[in-house]
Design a binder for this molecule. Structure first.
Ligand SMILES: Nc1ncnc2c1ncn2[C@@H]1O[C@H](COP(=O)(O)OP(=O)(O)O)[C@@H](O)[C@H]1O
Ligand SMILES: [Mg+2]
Length: 593
């Protein structure tokens, strides 16, 4: 393999004089400790590399060794339930082997070689196989079956299959005779992280990634296979929201990337996730989760790599036919890593010091999402959801502005709402989803018959509320005609009852489609009755005193998802109270001001 001699060191970026040839994106190791690194620039007489580990103490003169291969991750049984760093080093096993601090150049394999997996061959010997085709199965965890597939790009005759049995991840379990040679195939595949894994066909999304968060599912749906950005200033609830989605969304497999956030926040995730119960199976959520952690105190180049490591792992499960959701918290910290490395390379900076290729890199990342037909022939999806942390909450800064161009779902987290402890602090007038047409049919088959119509009405109501509130600031609420005050009352009830949802409420942290529909119907019934009341001359501002209003505002919290019949009781109460109210209104419609 090629060797180079380091002559320039600037933080995680090194330059070295090559003897022999290196290629772009080649994985290399640096110095006597074999620090993991990658070639990021090639010149006639120098290579530039970024080092994924701490470079303190490195001196010019040390050697860089090429590997002849691009930076890759190991894919196979043993990913689920694990925590890795940005270049897929196994944090749990490293902590067991070395204590809490990762030693430089630690050479533990990414996937455990000691563990044995129960492999069951499914394709018969003598069959023609192509890349992505099923060879065998491994029950990886209690709820996820690992589908061992022929590596993409391979085609030939399956000459030999291992008999059912227990094998290490790198043990040959199949031999495929290709036109050129006999390939030994194990459960383990390596895949370069910066290259998207292939699929047979890309499809348009046709269902939501159901999250159980009303403001998302009902107003701003995220599609399975779609993209979403959640920008918000510090403390607006980005991390809580992402974790809530990771816990409750209806994806089969979750990849969670803690990217550049503070160590203590990530420590919470690392401590909490393993304890979480999977609402779908009652077992551990970790059994279908892969965590990737690269906190702010870890090397910046590994942070840059972490989102590619994460998305490659996510694609691997997609290729097995699963619906995968990837959460990255935060895209901004990744972009800052990119900026830092670019700065050390002395590249010409574009907006706010970010490199000119920031938008391209962002686009490439989000483009790896999608609903697809896999090489194996299944319909599967990869949904990508990233938080964005704009400095000062300013959405016009480059990372937010560019991310916005490449996602179809945009959930703007609002500081004022968060300060008022209104959660989730998603601002309904600054957020949007282009997936509404793709999710209408799904809602129809889940009880939301007139979902898009109701959705449109709520948004119109909220828009009107915002307009009227501006007027109220000038002329005062009392100066508004009754109809306009009524709009304010209805909007306030809807916001409080429907949009507010605590991540920490036992009954309300997850809201089923049926419960969302029931709540929407009740809010609509409330609005209809109030119109009648006002049409008969009632004063909208007296409505707030009705006991039913308080009950409606608390219905999400009060009524558990499996007690939907209680919404009927609430509806009866609503009708009774309005009936009583109407009979007490003596003014005739003609007398209304
Ligand atoms: N959906 C929610 N329900 C209840 N409380 C929330 C919710 N989202 C955020 N919070 C509160 O706000 C705090 C800050 O949220 P966090 O997600 O850490 O913000 P960010 O990641 O945007 O800096 C949390 O510790 C929690 O107390
Ligand atoms: Mg956060």
């Amino acid at each position: 393999m090629s060797v180079a001699e380091v002559f320039w060191i600037n933080g995680p970026v090194l330059k070295a004089r090559p003897q022999g040839s290196f290629s772009m994106k080649e994985s290399v190791s640096v110095g006597p400790d074999h620090l993991a690194a990658e070639v990021i620039r090639l010149e006639a007489d120098a290579i530039t590399i970024q080092v994924f580990e701490d470079t303190t103490g490195l001196k010019p003169g040390i050697e860089v060794h090429g590997s002849g291969m691009p930076l890759a991750v190991e894919l196979g049984p043993g990913l689920l339930g694990q925590m890795f760093d940005g270049i897929q080093r196994p944090l749990d096993r490293l902590a067991d082997a070395h204590g809490d601090f990762i030693d430089a150049g630690s050479d533990l394999p990414n996937l455990d070689r000691e563990r044995r997996w129960r492999y069951e061959p499914v394709t018969r010997e003598g069959a023609n196989v192509e890349g992505g085709q099923l060879l065998g199965r491994v029950p990886e965890t209690s709820n996820i079956l690992n589908h061992v597939l022929a590596p993409p790009g391979l085609a030939g005759v399956l000459e030999w299959q291992a008999p059912p049995g227990e094998y290490a991840v790198d043990k040959t379990v199949a031999r495929i005779r290709t036109a050129r040679r006999l390939e030994q195939v194990s459960m383990l595949q390596r895949w370069p992280i910066r290259t998207p894994r292939p699929c047979r066909e890309r499809l348009t999304p046709d269902a939501p990634l159901f999250t159980g968060q009303r403001i998302i599912d009902t107003l701003f749906p995220i599609a399975k296979g779609g993209t979403s950005a959640m920008p918000g200033g510090f403390g607006t609830g980005k991390t809580v929201l992402q974790q809530t989605l990771a816990k409750w969304c209806d994806a089969d497999v979750i990849v969670y990337i803690g990217c550049g956030e503070r160590g203590n926040e990530m420590a919470d995730v690392l401590a909490e996730f393993p304890l979480l119960e999977d609402p779908r199976t009652g077992r551990r959520l970790m059994e279908r989760t892969v965590l990737i952690a690269n906190t702010s105190n870890m090397p910046v180049a590994a942070r840059e790599a972490s989102i590619y490591t994460g998305i490659t792992v996510a694609e691997y499960f997609r290729d097995q036919g699963y619906h995968v959701a990837l959460f990255a918290d935060s895209i901004s910290r990744w972009a800052e890593a990119l900026r830092e490395i670019s700065g050390r390379l002395e590249e010409l900076p574009a907006e706010e010091g970010y490199p000119a290729y920031l938008p391209t890199r962002l686009a490439e990342f989000f483009e790896r999402s999608g609903r697809v037909v896999t090489l194996k022939g299944d319909e599967a999806s990869l949904t990508v959801v990233g938080t964005v942390s704009p400095p000062g909450g300013d959405f016009s800064e480059p990372v937010t502005a560019h991310a916005r161009r490449f996602v179809k779902n945009f959930l703007a987290l609002d500081r004022e709402r968060a300060q008022a402890r209104f959660y989730p602090a998603i601002h309904p007038l600054q957020s949007y989803s282009d997936y509404v047409p793709h999710t209408t049919r799904w809602w129809q088959s889940h009880g939301g018959i007139r979902w898009d119509e109701r959705r449109g009405r709520i948004l119109a109501l909220l828009q009107e509320q915002s307009r009227l509130e501006k007027m109220v600031k000038i002329v005062g609420r009392d100066a508004l005609p009754a109809e306009q005050r009524l709009i304010l009352v209805c909007a306030e009830v809807t916001v409080e009852a429907f949009l507010k949802q605590s991540a920490f409420s036992e009954n309300d942290r997850f809201c089923s489609p049926e419960k969302q529909v029931a709540m929407l119907q009740l809010a609509a019934a409330f609005a209809e009755h109030t119109w009648q009341f006002v049409a008969h001359g009632g004063d909208p501002d007296t409505l707030a005193q009705l006991p039913i209003v308080r009950r409606i505002q608390r219905m999400g919290d009060d009524i558990a998802g499996d007690r939907l019949a209680e919404f009927e009781i609430l509806r009866t109460e609503l009708e009774e109270q309005f009936h009583a109210l109407l009979s007490s209104v003596t003014v005739t419609p003609a007398a209304t001001s």
